[in-house]
Design a protein around this ligand. Structure first.
Ligand code: VGL
Ligand code: ZN
Length: 197
């Protein structure tokens, strides 16, 4: 059983969004086309409360893209994005969300960011996605979406470490590429046994 995992194809990561990823809009049609070829389709949705600890605006004297030491490790501080219930948090209007078996939300814990669809950034708190996939008999995962060097990367590495056979279709991803994060992400994914194609 092979699932398509569509990471964070939301308005705030697309053209005009609060944390727009260059070319984000251009992958949506291709993702829709892919959906029909899998046994299951899962969408993730970045879903932060206002005032989330990953927002630069939540910290005095911090600007977007600064780093901050959190109890769980270093964290990039982002512009406010994907706030629960806002248009920015909604899926891209062209994404065929009706075809999803499951939508899994993440990043709702005010104190911990969650790049990965499997674990929050403390690398311990599960989202529940692993149990869903296993109980459905899914062994193989293909990942697409935004952003390749953050949420796709963390999700792919966690999935591989959990024992899933993981492919990232990089044509249907776009990256933020912050201070070499794309090259680092490619190395992390390859090192974890993820197939990039
Ligand atoms: C993401 C930064 C902050 C992502 C989410 O989807 O890659 N990046 N929140
Ligand atoms: Zn986020």
């Amino acid at each position: 059983m092979h699932a398509l995992l569509v990471i964070d194809v939301q308005n705030d990561f697309c053209n005009g969004g609060a944390l727009a990823v260059a070319g984000g809009d251009n992958i949506v049609a291709g993702i829709n086309t892919l959906m029909g070829r899998f046994d299951a389709v899962v969408l993730t949705q970045d879903w932060h409360p206002a005032g989330h600890s990953s927002f630069a605006s939540s910290h005095a004297a911090k600007a977007p893209y600064d780093m901050m030491q959190m109890p769980y490790g270093p964290q990039v501080l982002w512009p406010d994005h994907c706030i629960q219930g806002t248009v920015g948090a909604s899926f891209h209007p062209v994404l065929e969300t009706d075809r999803a078996d499951l939508v899994i939300r993440k990043g709702y814990n005010p104190a911990i960011d969650s790049y990965s669809a499997f674990f929050e950034n403390d690398h311990k708190t599960p989202t529940g996605l692993e149990g869903y996939l296993r109980t459905r008999g899914i062994t193989d995962l293909t990942l697409v979406g935004l952003a390749l060097d953050f949420c796709v990367n963390y999700s792919a590495v966690d999935a591989a470490q959990l024992g899933f056979a993981v492919t990232v279709n990089t044509d249907l991803c776009r990256a933020i590429d912050l201070n070499g994060s794309l090259a680092e992400a490619r190395k992390a994914m390859t090192g974890a046994g993820v197939t990039l194609r």
